[in-house]
Design a binder for this molecule. Structure first.
Ligand SMILES: Cc1cc2nc3c(=O)[nH]c(=O)nc-3n(C[C@H](O)[C@H](O)[C@H](O)COP(=O)(O)OP(=O)(O)OC[C@H]3O[C@@H](n4cnc5c(N)ncnc54)[C@H](O)[C@@H]3O)c2cc1C
Length: 449
């Protein structure tokens, strides 16, 4: 912050490796760069799940509203194109041992909200004519590879049963028939997760919105200042005079001086194979598309995808605490070694398959799982901090902030506004050392999972 009414971005997003989901697609049509001054009723900063959903919801509620959306980079190049694409309906508390949430009532509320986000994404899929390669209501499997993982699955199944939610326990043979891997000892299938090709989804939504609101890419908001009763947002190529600002830039909320030392910035790492040859696909066996999350939340997610970009496998595990929002190359090299080992453990029949893309991407978490949501100061609102589940929670926060801004009754906004504030973090060096040691320990403890 450089003055009482001026906020300046202390940093802008920087990426580590390619956004693989984006990199395997053909070149994307460019959307405009902001190169002139203009005015808007609402300016949204950030074009991930939260920002794009906020823009869509604002336009749905009031098509006359002048909405501008600024994305710092290309659409789908940030975490929106770097995640694993599980849009999960059920409680998925990453800090727990088995994903169960706080209790039955709060879990039912979570499920109801997540399903609203999924319904929103399915509406996007309908409006943009997206195929099941992009938005696939196929469900997912919690895969276990150890007795402890099997126990997590059984505990989680019992918890879902108490919630009245269906799930199916799978044995090792059924897991092998689906994944082609003999690594897994059990699985828990739940039908409500939607599997996204996240970059295709984000690209399609941004292109669709460009016909309805003002959408700009490669146009970072570098600062904003009070101007009369509203605000002026600055970018390198032009300024926007605006009534309201919605910060939908996830962890970079802190770069504008808000929620300082209350947000935890975690970098997650992933790798994606080359497209498999026909012979490699035959050796792999199993079904053509599937997605498994680990029974232990700190274990390894794996997806097999198939589409215009061929058949590929994605491995996602390892994380590092990155308070400056910069993924560190040292952690990336460590993660790459772990990814290769996890891949070899699961698919010994694919010893000749290499990784084509490796990348890191940022998550924003709070110590108590709360979002950073709602008014920050007059005319400035936030829809950030998705606690690792941003495909559903980011969508939800975008919908909720739009409804709140326009004064529409909103159970979504009420939910986030009722959450306690994210608590402060310990001083920086202690937080970094402690968090990285804790992450390594949790990874080690997850073992073969
Ligand atoms: C490896 C990995 C795997 C993951 N797997 C999953 C998963 O399977 N399921 C799931 O639900 N979540 C997953 N996530 C988390 C998910 O990607 C995030 O929670 C989600 O992207 C958050 O959405 P968002 O819109 O809030 O933020 P983001 O997607 O980060 O979007 C924020 C946008 O703001 C832009 N921005 C920042 N600063 C500025 C500025 N000054 N001006 C303009 N624009 C700016 C950024 O460029 C970015 O595009 C994963 C993340 C990673 C890294």
């Amino acid at each position: 912050m450089t003055g009482q009414h001026q906020r300046t971005a202390a940093r802008l997003p920087r990426h580590c490796g390619p956004a693989a989901w984006n990199a395997i697609l053909p070149d994307q049509p460019a959307l405009p760069v902001l190169d002139h001054d203009l005015s808007a009723d609402v300016t949204i900063i950030g074009g991930g799940f939260a920002g794009l959903s906020a823009a869509r919801r604002l336009h749905q509620l009031d098509p006359t509203l002048r909405v501008a959306l600024l994305e710092a980079g290309r659409f789908a190049d940030s975490s929106a194109g770097r995640n694993s694409g599980f849009m999960i309906d059920l409680p998925h508390d990453l800090s727990s041992d088995n994903y169960a949430g706080d209790g039955l009532d709060s879990d039912r509320a979570t499920i109801g909200l997540n399903r609203r986000a999924i319904a929103f994404a399915r509406d996007v899929a309908r409006d943009c004519a997206l195929t099941s390669e992009i938005v696939d209501p196929s469900g997912k499997i919690n895969a276990a590879a150890t007795p402890a993982g099997d126990r997590h699955n059984r505990d989680y199944a019992a918890h879902l049963d108490r919630l009245g939610e269906p799930s199916t326990l799978l044995d090792a043979a059924e897991m092998r028939a689906i994944t082609g891997s003999a690594h897994y000892t059990s699985g828990l299938f739940t039908p409500g997760t939607v599997m996204l090709q996240p970059a295709s989804y984000i690209r399609a939504l941004s292109q669709h919105l460009a016909g309805q609101v003002m959408v700009f890419e490669r146009s970072p908001a570098t600062g904003f200042q009070r101007q009369g009763t509203g605000w002026q947002v600055q970018t390198p190529g032009g300024r926007i005079a605006t009534g309201h600002i919605v910060l939908a830039n996830n962890g970079h909320l802190e770069s504008f001086g808000y929620y300082q030392r209350r947000l935890m910035h975690i970098c997650l790492y992933a790798s994606m194979t080359t497209a498999l040859s026909d012979d490699q696909i035959r050796r792999l066996g199993g079904q053509s598309r599937w997605g498994v999350t680990p029974a232990d939340p700190m274990g390894t997610s794996v997806r097999r995808i198939s589409g215009s970009y061929g058949t590929r496998i994605l491995i996602r595990t390892c994380g590092s605490f990155s308070p400056t929002l910069d993924p560190h190359p040292h952690f990336m090299r460590h993660a790459a070694r772990v990814h290769d080992r996890k891949f070899a453990e699961r698919f010994p029949q694919l010893g000749d398959v290499g990784m084509e893309h490796r990348w890191g991407g940022m998550l924003c978490l709070s110590r108590n799982g709360s979002a950073a949501f709602g008014p920050l100061e007059p005319g400035v609102l936030t829809a950030c901090c998705q606690n690792g589940l941003g495909t559903a929670r980011g969508t939800l926060q975008g919908m909720g902030i739009a409804e709140h801004l326009l004064g529409v009754p909103s159970p979504i906004a009420d939910h986030f506004l009722a959450q306690p504030q994210p608590p402060r973090l310990p001083p920086a060096p202690i937080a970094s050392l402690g968090a990285n040691a804790y992450l390594r320990w949790k990874e080690w403890r997850s073992g073969r999972e």
